[in-house]
Design a protein around this ligand. Structure first.
Ligand code: GLA
Length: 452
């Protein structure tokens, strides 16, 4: 029986006929490639989307608030279950080669940037926590452009692959793991590669809903439950992602340093507020009370005198890789950003786009000045975006140090936005930016199964 791919894909990508036709062609190409590599038989198709963060940057690992939105760009895994624990995985972009590993084998990560890490991490974690004896699979990854998540652009392509691998293993082993518990496990699975990221990307991938952003409180509640809600983007407005084309290689060490600075901030604040564990706990205390406890800059020797060892501040013995910590401004960013996220949710729910736009701009200034994660190219892009007619607000998005900006723009001004921002960016910076309106797709899971 012929597979009606468009009907199967509509719940994921929405009803737009052209989108559905393009996606159907893409899935069909994947099925054919899979058959060429592994032969005829059953195939299960899993997917997981990337995300753009609207607001709430570097707050998640401080137990704060975030508001990401899933992209309609995703990573697919075509899989055929195996009876043993072997995972064989090819990539539709041939240049990435094939990978093989055994789920039960605790092997260290491959060098940074190797895509197989994002399969090994979840496989080993799920085997530890939901095994032993999980079944492996023969698989084909499809994250190819233009439908895949752009890589290294701050749109969580790595989390999309991690979550896609996790839902594949959950699906073929019929594990009772879903929703927040699945997302939380994926967050830890990604630590395998060495970056101490938070949980935003994996939650966004798992819990996404078409047409909505996701407000998430990153503090676990009793029973490891999380509070989240889907926030609709008001009609008449578009979310545009613009990729600056700037790539900063291996931002892991810079990222870990920021995580360490927040944790050092907590340890210093504990002298006056002994009960706190994360920056989230001081959200309601006026900044004037906190500021004197947080030095602008502090060094390892001083910290050791205070009984704080920066070398043990990160989990699993990861070193922050510096002896100079900018504690005050980093904490100020996190604390004020949390407030901006809460205000943004209220503004979006009230349809108050003026306030939302102002908050986006303030978030950008804080990320640039206090968290210091912008770049000169991103500054040009944000400035141009904010000047474009119909822009509500724009800011850098994701971990920082290059990658993308996000702009919220009046729907009827999208074309004008693209026409004015892209050529001018090229003229001033010499790089080709790419813009794409973000139609959020459904969360990660099995798309369908078939026999080829
Ligand atoms: C990366 C991390 C996330 C989050 C963002 C910054 O994407 O993986 O957990 O910390 O950076 O907001």
């Amino acid at each position: 029986m012929a597979l009606n791919l468009q009907a199967l894909l509509a719940p994921i990508y929405g009803e737009d006929p052209q989108t559905l036709q393009e996606q159907a062609t893409r899935y069909q190409r994947g099925l054919e490639a899979f058959a060429r590599i592994y032969g005829a038989g059953p195939v299960l198709v899993f997917r997981s989307p990337g995300r753009v963060n609207l607001i709430g940057e570097h707050t998640d690992y401080n137990h704060g608030f975030v508001m990401p939105m899933a992209l309609d760009k995703d990573v697919l895994i075509f899989a055929r279950p195996r009876e043993d624990q072997q995972v064989n995985i090819a990539n539709i972009e041939d240049r990435f080669g094939k990978r093989h590993f055994t789920i039960s084998e605790e092997i260290p990560p491959k060098p940074i940037g190797d895509w197989a890490n994002y399969l090994q991490g979840p496989a080993q974690l799920l085997e530890r926590e939901h095994g032993p004896g999980l079944k492996g699979f023969d698989g084909l990854v499809d994250g190819a452009p233009p439908y895949g998540v752009p890589r290294g652009a701050g749109l969580s392509s790595s989390s999309a692959l991690t979550v896609a691998a996790a839902v594949t293993l959950v699906g073929i082993n019929q594990l009772a793991l879903q929703g927040a518990a699945l997302a939380e496990a994926c967050g830890r699975a990604e630590w395998y590669v060495g970056t101490r990221g938070g949980i935003m990307d994996q939650f966004s991938a798992v819990l996404a809903k078409h047409g909505h952003a996701l407000f998430l409180d990153c503090r676990p509640r009793e029973g490891n439950e999380y509070y989240f809600k889907h926030v609709p983007i008001p009609a008449g407005y578009a979310v545009i992602v613009v990729d600056s084309g700037v790539r900063h290689k291996n931002t892991g060490p810079l990222f870990n340093r920021r995580v360490a600075e927040g944790r050092i901030g907590v340890r210093l604040l504990q002298k006056k507020f002994p009960g706190i564990t994360h920056l989230r706990d001081v959200n309601d205390i006026p900044w004037e009370e906190l500021e004197p406890l947080l030095p602008e800059v502090i060094h390892t020797d001083e910290l050791l005198r205070l009984g704080i060892d920066p070398e043990t501040i990160l989990d699993q013995g990861v070193s922050p890789g510096t002896d100079t910590f900018y504690v005050r401004k980093r904490c100020r960013h996190v604390i004020t950003e949390n407030q901006r996220v809460l205000q943004s949710v209220s503004a979006l729910e009230a349809g108050d786009m003026e306030t939302f736009g102002r908050l986006l701009q303030e978030a950008h200034a804080s990320a640039r000045d206090d968290y210091e994660i912008s770049t000169p190219e991103i500054e040009v892009l944000v400035e141009l975006a904010n000047q474009a007619p119909g822009t509500v607000g724009a800011r850098l998005t994701g971990a920082g140090w290059g990658g993308c900006i996000v702009a919220v723009v009046q729907q009827d001004a999208v074309e004008a936005f693209v026409q004015s921002v892209l050529p001018e960016y090229n003229r001033r910076v010499g790089l080709q930016a790419k813009a794409f309106p973000c139609q959020s797709s459904a969360g990660a899971g099995q798309a369908f199964s078939t026999t080829i």
